[in-house]
Design a protein around this ligand. Sequence first.
Ligand SMILES: N[C@@H](CCC(=O)N[C@@H](CS)C(=O)NCC(=O)O)C(=O)O
Length: 213
Amino acid sequence: MILYGSTMSPFVRKVAAYAAEKGIELKLRAIGLADPDPDFRAASPFRKMPALVDGDYKLADSSAIIHYLEAKYPTPELIPVDPQLRGRTIWYDEFADTLLFACGGKMFFNRVVAPRFLGREGDAAIADAAERDELPPLLDYLEGVVPDSGFLVDDRLTLADIAVASPFANFDHCGVKIDAARHPKVSAYVEGILTRPSFARPIARERAFLERA
Ligand SMILES: N[C@@H](CCC(=O)N[C@@H](CS)C(=O)NCC(=O)O)C(=O)O
């Protein structure tokens, strides 16, 4: 199976970490933003990463891909079957893909993507406003829901943790540190998930790439 994208994207990193936790081998095919590669375009009609190709089957969108893989490879179970646990897991996946990403994207795009990859200045005011106004309520929310077990749902690793932790790597890449005095649970939680080998390996490669760029 081929996964098109760059793990610098929180959505691609989410799928890559999910696959690593499941023991599913995905070949990462590196592509850039809105890449013209015809095979990627055939799998992702709006040229958003990630996209998956499994034989003749093509699929875009991180959550769609993960639901496909979970149905194809049910164990270890990372999307609980229990209705309430499943609902909660999907809530966190959506929370990450919409609210966390909307905030993180403004910081990452303007501080990293625009200046380093697009050769133009980012809008520092947009990034600063996101960090100052949008991020704290999201962290306050997480601080109130992170359980002592270190896992958001069912006291074990699920898609919820993979989805929620992934954008925090981008926060780190653009210099946003979680204040452990104000958000001690979030700080420890994110550290616990992102130091798992499924995340630590791609994040180390991303850091090395950013140092060279
Ligand atoms: N809901 C999609 C979002 C994918 C997405 O927005 N990917 C971004 C990179 S983080 C992208 O490819 N953007 C390129 C573009 O919008 O042209 C998912 O979960 O995969």
